[in-house]
Design a binder for this molecule. Sequence first.
Ligand code: NCD
Length: 326
Amino acid sequence: MPTQSTSPHLPFGENKQADWYGKDIISVKQFKREDLETIFDVAHEMRGMVERIGTFDLLKGKILANLFYEPSTRTSSSFTAAMERLGGSVIPINEVKYSSVSKGESLPDTIRTLECYADVIVLRHPETGSAEIAARAARKPVINAGDGIGEHPTQALLDTFTIVEELGRLENLNVTMLGDLKYGRTVHSLARLLSQFRDIKLNYVSPDILKMPREVMDEVTAKKVPQAEYSSLEKVLSDTDVLYVTRVQKERFEDPADYEKVKGAYVIDPQVMQAAKRDMIVMHPLPRVGEISVDFDDDPRAAYFRQMEYGLYVRMALLAMVLGKA
Ligand code: NCD
């Protein structure tokens, strides 16, 4: 009889020796290639478990505080779904105006409060560096769900997982990031994370005022990963394996007139995509506001909805890891 290979080996005891037990997730700089392999293995198992049984009790009794000072649909609800699918529960604070933050409470005090009730805190905040400040105040693990224009590490992990699941490799890749590379925190994290891999080339296509920050490019250069900047997509589209499209981050502009100048700079539609390979993928962290036409959604290369689903499995893996259960 064939052996059943479907049963995942997820130990139910808390493993305090595990590398990620009790750790904060603040920046992609914390992750080495070996860590990604572990996360993706666990995420893969999570996917299998969700498909087979939906919800299971790995994190039963654990509580997540989901603290969002900025709007969110995917990140917030996928962390909630991840915790609940693992049998845990969630304190949702999506509208800080109904919390003591509106009375002027500081971030460290809010964090100290929530960790009295929760085992792990997910934080989205408009200021770069806020996740680090929160982590310093907390004894429990803090997971950065976006700190202003800084980083969005769990998004970069799910983006990288998406590339592996869709294309089967993390090498020999031409990755083109398109749109608002200045204010888009997802591309800051993704460029840094991908720079750990060999045979990757990064292309940045943006309007002049929305270029990838020098600081991120310098870090990528230090890893010896080739990168190049363009203002037009045409030059690189036909060689691209992963086209990562981003929204122009209206809320981050100091001068609204600047936003108006660049808002419709690039639009991906079936016609533009005729110049691209057949075996490439188009990704987007979402939400989109016009930069990918809905007419492209049915194209098999449109990976952005699948990308959202991969996010659930990666976040399940991360929660299990920091809580010592993976
Ligand atoms: C992104 C974010 O919040 O940085 N969204 C997300 O988390 N999926 C991208 C964006 O808002 O444009």
